[in-house]
Design a protein around this ligand. Sequence first.
Ligand SMILES: NC(=O)c1ccc[n+]([C@@H]2O[C@H](COP(=O)([O-])OP(=O)(O)OC[C@H]3O[C@@H](n4cnc5c(N)ncnc54)[C@H](OP(=O)(O)O)[C@@H]3O)[C@@H](O)[C@H]2O)c1
Length: 203
Amino acid sequence: MNIAIIGFGNVGKALAYGWQKAGHTIRIGARDPEDQKYNEAKRTGLEVLETARAVNISEVILVAIPASAVSHFAQALPGVKDKIFIDATNSVFMKDKEFPTAADAIRKITGAEHVVKGFNTTGFENMKDPIYKGKGIDMFMAGDSRKGKETMEKLSKDLGFENCYDFGGDNKFELIEQFAMAWINLAIMQGQGRDIAFKVLKR
Ligand SMILES: NC(=O)c1ccc[n+]([C@@H]2O[C@H](COP(=O)([O-])OP(=O)(O)OC[C@H]3O[C@@H](n4cnc5c(N)ncnc54)[C@H](OP(=O)(O)O)[C@@H]3O)[C@@H](O)[C@H]2O)c1
C-alpha cells in the first residue's frame, strides 16, 4: 500500500519503519522536507515530501501529530473524500476547541468518508514490537467505514498485532480515546510502566 505518515515522532516512526519492513511504500508528509531531522529516514529509503503532496499520492494517511493541530492540517487537504485516514491521536491532553476528537475534525473538515481511529490505544513501544512472550498483543479500532477498518486490521496485523477488535462506528471515537486513557493511566499514572499491553481473552 502507499501510506503517508503525518507526524514523524514516536508513533509515526514506529509505524513507518514497521510498515516499510512489511513491504509497504511509505512517504513522510513534512512541514519542511529538507529539515535535517529526516536525514536518517531518507537514508533508510523513506521518501519525505510536503504534507499535501504526500497525502495526494497516497491511499492511506496515518495521522500522528498533536490532536490540537489536526484541524489546521485537515483544512489544507482538498479532494480526499476516497482516501483512508487512520487517526492515531488522542485528544485527552490536547483537545481541539471545536471537535471532540481529531477523527471528527478530519471527517467534518475534509468530507473524507473512510476515517478510522486506531493505533491510539497503546504506547509507541508496543507498535514497534507488539510481541509479548511469543504472541501478538491486540489492537482496537473505531469508525463507520468498512473499507477503513479492513485496511486498519490488515495494517495492524502486518506489524504483528494478533487481532484488531472493532469498537463500533464513528460514535465510538471518544470511547476508544477513553480506552487509550486507561492504558496511559495504568502505564504512567499508576506506575505499571510502558511495557504493558491489552489482550482480549476468550473462553
Ligand atoms: N507516544 C505514544 O506512545 C502515543 C501512543 C498512542 C497515540 N499517541 C498520539 O499520537 C500523536 C503523536 O504522538 P507522538 O508521541 O508520536 O508525538 P511526538 O513524538 O511529539 O511527535 C509529534 C509529531 O507531530 C509533528 N507536529 C507537531 N506539531 C505539529 C503541527 N502543528 N502540524 C504538523 N505536525 C506537527 C511533530 O513535528 P516536529 O518534530 O516538526 O515538531 C512530530 O513529528 C499524539 O496525538 C498522541 O496523543 C501517542
